[in-house]
Design a protein around this ligand. Structure first.
Ligand SMILES: Nc1nc2c(ncn2[C@@H]2O[C@H](COP(=O)(O)OP(=O)(O)OP(=O)(O)O)[C@@H](O)[C@H]2O)c(=O)[nH]1
Length: 362
């Protein structure tokens, strides 16, 4: 039930249905004049379910979204519980702020974001003349929401045909799984997808991707043991020739310290550009949220090499390190298009700053 894919106008008639539920506030995006594309109820049973009955207000959350929020809360419980215990006392004093600082650092929020949040929180407490620790919890939710807001941005599809999305990340971060889930959601919205199996290193990756391609009856371009740049070139060329909406390029896992493999990524990007001068339109990094501060280091390193346009943060289920999104927001604010809280299809969803902050401190 991804609801925030965007498409530049004119949007195709088939996808111009109005969202039946309230939309979370979007970060203003001066540079892109996009029109929201909503999934068609007919194409997506999850959306059809949400459309009945139409909600009246923000508090009336559709069942499918509520299910997601519950999973998000459950996923972030380990991170949140140590932070929320700080607010069980009776007084707002230095001890509370010290405990909060420790809890935020333990949650991998990082020194910079922790300092920022504490300063911002103290200002809010003063302004609100708060006297009860439970009020501080609400004010912290607001502070975290504001900090995370710049990360909330929808993935834009449709400015180019095809929109070429290159996906990178360290080994096992969840690239292939996330691409599979994304494919399903895109296909459900009536978008034609072509997959490029440019992870020619791990044989199972191609098969894994082929399963998703089969399930969603989308095409896949692959080569046994071939050159990943050549596979990507063929896929983008085929996507152009066949007028596909999206080409998703799955690349092999690699560590930022493996210089030759990082060079290989650069080559894939260059070669994709040869197939389509405007591509890749998105370069996404998939990070495992469970790796905390290390994930931030990956964002910095991959961004230096590739110039990232977005992130997918996986494995936020059961992690004690969910604060890393705050660290990313403070130190490398690259949009988080999707977050994952499990292995099931419905466990990957669009990122919403307030929902995340609320789930964290629930
Ligand atoms: N718990 C949990 N597991 C996930 C999530 N996303 C992916 N996984 C699991 O993580 C494991 C690795 O996922 P892959 O998609 O194969 O990772 P990859 O990045 O493509 O791996 P390489 O190609 O080897 O680099 C699989 O067992 C997935 O099911 C998530 O959000 N939560």
């Amino acid at each position: 039930m991804f609801s925030f894919f965007k498409k530049k106008s004119p949007a195709p008639e088939a996808q111009s249905v109005t969202a039946p539920w309230p939309q979370p506030a979007q970060t203003p995006d001066a540079g892109v004049s996009t029109t929201a594309v909503q999934p068609t109820a007919a194409a997506n049973p999850a959306i059809a379910r949400q459309a009945e009955p139409p909600p009246n207000g923000a508090e009336n959350v559709p069942a499918a979204r509520q299910g997601w929020l519950d999973r998000l809360k459950a996923g972030l419980r380990k991170t949140g519980s140590s932070i929320t215990t700080v607010f069980t006392g009776t007084r707002i004093d230095d001890e509370l702020y010290e405990e909060l600082e420790t809890a935020l650092l333990m949650a991998d929020t990082g020194v910079k974001a922790t300092e920022h949040l504490l300063q911002d929180l103290k200002r809010r407490v003063k302004e609100a003349k708060a006297t009860d620790p439970s009020q501080v919890k609400t004010l912290l939710t607001d502070a975290i929401t504001d900090l995370l807001q710049p990360l909330q941005k929808p993935l834009a599809i449709g400015d180019h045909q095809p929109t070429v999305i290159m996906v990178a990340g360290v080994n096992g971060a969840g690239k292939t799984t996330s691409i599979g889930k994304l494919t399903k959601h895109l296909a459900d919205e009536g978008l034609s997808v072509l997959l490029a199996a440019a992870d020619t290193f791990r044989a199972a990756a191609k098969e894994q991707l082929a399963v998703w391609a089969d399930r969603n009856t989308v095409e896949i371009v692959s080569q046994q043991g071939g050159d990943p740049a050549a596979v990507s070139f063929d896929a983008v060329s085929a996507g152009r020739a066949r007028g596909r909406d999206v080409v998703l390029v799955d690349t092999a896992g690699r560590l930022p310290t493996q210089t030759h493999l990082m060079e290989e990524l650069k080559k894939i990007k260059r070669v994709v550009q040869k197939a389509d001068g405007t591509a890749p339109h998105e370069v996404l990094l998939v990070i495992d949220g469970n790796t905390g501060q290390n994930a931030l280091a990956q964002v910095k390193a991959f961004d230096d090499t590739l110039g990232l346009t977005g992130l997918i943060v996986t494995k936020l289920d059961g992690t004690a390190k969910g604060g890393v999104l705050c660290a990313i927001a403070r130190e490398k604010p690259i949009p988080v298009y999707f977050i994952g809280v499990g292995e099931k299809l419905e466990d990957l969803e669009t990122f919403n700053a307030r929902e995340f902050a609320q789930a964290l401190l629930s």
